[in-house]
Design a protein around this ligand. Structure first.
Ligand SMILES: Nc1nc2c(c(=O)[nH]1)N[C@H]1C(S)=C(S)[C@@H](COP(=O)(O)O)O[C@H]1N2
Ligand SMILES: [Mo]
Length: 298
């Protein structure tokens, strides 16, 4: 079978209809007061176009990976009922001149919120295309004024066994969920801190109230429910890389030529219809990110 691989910047002719229908529907619901209103609808960043349809909202919010709640992807949404995403504080610290504890509401008011359509590729070979809302991670990091010794940035997810049944009932994982990036990766314009999706505040199952989206990496590199961001000198230990280093590399850039030890990464399946699509190097984001790598990163 020959699968045509469109360039990252090509717009799919099939995208126009569902997208405009989506916005029309949202406008109607907004007018009727049925959608939690954001102070202003965020502007869509036209730089980020998709080669596939947007994943339907119901699918992106009901098929989730979030081990703090359950390993059953279809039921994360049913396990998040007691999770409290507000008020929320985010600490930014470590090797920087201006460490600060942010109230998330204040941070969101300060940052220019935009919408980006990003492909989203799990290491398990399922994929989506999601309209995230948020702001570039670089904007927050710049405010902190990283010190010269800062070479990596690490992220901690919240650790609330009382609100997260998966933490209570899973013995073998080392909570909290942790991730990290090299400083240049964290400063790349694609690295995006997410506060909403489909024009609404982020649902708990998708990582409320703050998660990271790194569209050129496998999904596990994007932690949910972030409470701390820290500049550090050495490459930190991360959750999946520590648990199974042969299966989950530190860099984890999407790479169709490098199979997972237990499955191929050459093809992905689109949620929810499981249509098979050829995977692109860096998930199609090479023009933005390939220059940061020499090809040996795993
Ligand atoms: N804290 C935390 N963050 C996490 C995870 C998790 O289990 N816990 N799963 C990761 C994985 S493997 C993926 S694919 C994405 C899934 O995000 P989604 O449910 O919004 O699609 O979240 C990532 N972030
Ligand atoms: Mo994943």
């Amino acid at each position: 079978m020959l699968i045509r691989t469109p360039a990252a910047w090509e717009i799919s002719s099939r995208l126009a209809t569902p997208e405009s229908a989506y916005w029309r529907r949202r406008d109607l619901l907004l007018a009727a007061g049925l959608v939690p209103t954001l102070s202003a609808a965020p502007a869509r960043n036209p730089e980020f176009r998709l080669d596939r349809d947007l994943t339907p909202e119901w699918a992106a919010t009901s098929y989730n990976n979030y081990y703090e709640f359950t390993t059953d992807k279809m039921h994360v949404k049913d396990q998040v009922k007691s999770f409290v995403p507000r008020p929320w504080t985010l600490e930014v610290g470590g090797l920087c001149q201006k460490p600060r504890t942010w109230d998330l509401d204040e941070l969101e008011r300060k940052m220019p919120i935009e919408e980006r359509l990003y492909r989203h590729r799990c290491v398990e070979a399922w994929a989506m295309a999601v309209p995230w809302m948020g702001f570039p991670l670089s904007q927050l990091l710049t405010l902190a004024e990283p010190a010269s010794g800062a070479r990596f940035v690490r992220f901690l997810s919240v650790n609330r066994p009382d609100q997260m049944p998966g933490i209570r009932y899973s013995g073998s994982y080392d909570w909290p969920y942790r991730e990290a990036l090299r400083l240049d990766e964290a400063m790349n314009p694609l690295a995006f801190l997410v506060t909403g999706l489909y024009g609404k505040p982020l649902p708990a199952q998708n990582g409320a109230p703050l998660r990271l989206a790194l569209p050129w990496k496998y999904g596990f590199k994007g932690p949910k429910a972030i409470v701390r961001i820290e500049f550090v000198a050495e490459q930190p230990k991360t959750f999946w890389n520590t648990y199974a280093p042969d299966e989950y590399g530190f860099y984890a850039n999407v790479n169709p030529a490098r199979p997972h030890p237990r499955w191929s990464q050459a093809v992905e399946q689109l949620i929810p219809n499981m249509r098979r699509v050829r995977t692109l190097p860096y998930n199609g984001y090479g023009p933005w990110v390939a220059g940061m790598y020499n090809g040996t990163e795993i």
